[in-house]
Design a protein around this ligand. Structure first.
Ligand SMILES: Cc1ccc(Cn2cc(C(N)=O)ccc2=O)c(C)c1
Length: 318
């Protein structure tokens, strides 16, 4: 058994690395056939020694049993919703409020694309993925761990045995959305209106095999209680997520002034069709975590962030 256990661990490491290269970096270093060969070898070992078929095994992405309901999950750190800005004046008003609250101390912003998907939270204990949930009403969400496990860009084991919670947006790429609606059309089923609804509908399935078939993806954009992990800015949180092996969106920019923010936002308005996923705006956050804390939150939204919303995306059909 020891020899089998040692080989199984080697295969876990190899398959995790190849998954990371393929789904997170989009730069595989081995052909699919090699990945498949190693997967088959691990399946055989797990068949011979069932005790090696642990939940962290790369072969255990798609659970077998169909749930009859989702459990509720309490978010220790609430998942806040963002206030919206629709034009330049809204952005300048936001900046004025930030500047006043920070007593004219210097501050900078981070601009990120606002992915049009479903906000989710992922929990890891000692480096292992243990739970994934929806935002819900911000304090209570639904446990959709089995469905999130099927998203290949989500690591089942981190590079460091950390216990932490991360937040991100699960989404359906445009091409997957078009292909899915073509299949539904053939089967005489109602098409999804947009990729966001398709992603939400897929993650609400009680059978993880359906979610696994929907080619969902995710961008992580936050670490809950990041200051406890020795991080002092939001951009450092994003770098930490990358170091841990998460998929982040690299179209982000630190902006020193609201004028730079406005320039960044206007630059993206007409670049959306080029993206392989839908965005519904740009998220603007004060970069310093200490200043975020100083600004605090209203009942449901942070005072240190705002979402600039673009007009509704052109319909993605063909
Ligand atoms: C048979 C087979 C095996 C694997 C894949 C896709 N793929 C490839 C890799 C890789 N090359 O590093 C890693 C994970 C993965 O899922 C396909 C499409 C077909």
């Amino acid at each position: 058994l020891q020899a089998a256990e040692k080989r199984a661990q080697e295969l876990h490491n190899l398959l995790n690395q190849y998954n990371y290269e393929y789904y997170v970096l989009d730069q595989p270093s081995v052909p699919d056939s090699e990945y498949d060969r190693l997967t088959q070898e691990l399946l055989k070992i797990e068949e011979e020694f069932p005790e090696l078929q642990t939940s962290e095994s790369p072969t255990q992405r798609v659970g077998g049993q169909v749930l009859d309901a989702f459990k509720k999950v309490q978010h220790n750190v609430p998942m806040l919703s963002l206030a919206n800005a629709f034009n330049e004046d809204d952005l300048r008003d936001f900046d004025r409020r930030v500047r006043q609250a920070l007593d004219e101390n210097s501050y900078s912003y981070v601009c990120e694309l606002k992915i049009d998907g479903l906000a989710v939270s992922l929990k890891y204990e000692d480096g292992l993925f243990v739970q994934g949930s929806t935002r819900g009403d911000g304090t209570v969400g639904e446990d959709i761990s089995a469905n999130l496990r099927t998203i290949r860009s989500i690591p089942l084991r981190l590079r460091e045995p950390l216990t932490l919670e991360v937040r991100g947006e699960a989404f359906m790429p445009k091409q997957s959305f078009i292909a899915l609606n073509a299949i539904r059309d053939e089967k005489g089923e109602e098409p999804f209106a947009n990729p966001r609804n398709a992603a939400a509908g897929s993650l609400r399935q009680l059978d993880p095999r359906i979610a696994a078939s929907r080619n969902l993806d995710i961008f992580l954009y936050g670490v809950a209680e990041a200051e406890e992990l020795g991080v002092s800015t939001h951009s450092e949180s994003l770098e930490m997520l990358e170091r841990l092996g998460f998929k982040t969106n690299n179209e982000r920019k630190v902006c020193r002034t609201i004028d730079d923010v406005i320039q960044y936002v206007s630059g993206w308005a007409d670049k959306r069709p080029k993206l392989s996923y839908e965005i519904d705006g740009i998220v603007i956050k004060v970069n310093s975590l200490a200043q975020q804390k100083e600004l605090g939150t209203t009942a449901k939204s942070p005072r240190w962030a705002i979402a600039f919303k673009f007009p509704a995306e052109e319909v993605v059909t063909k």
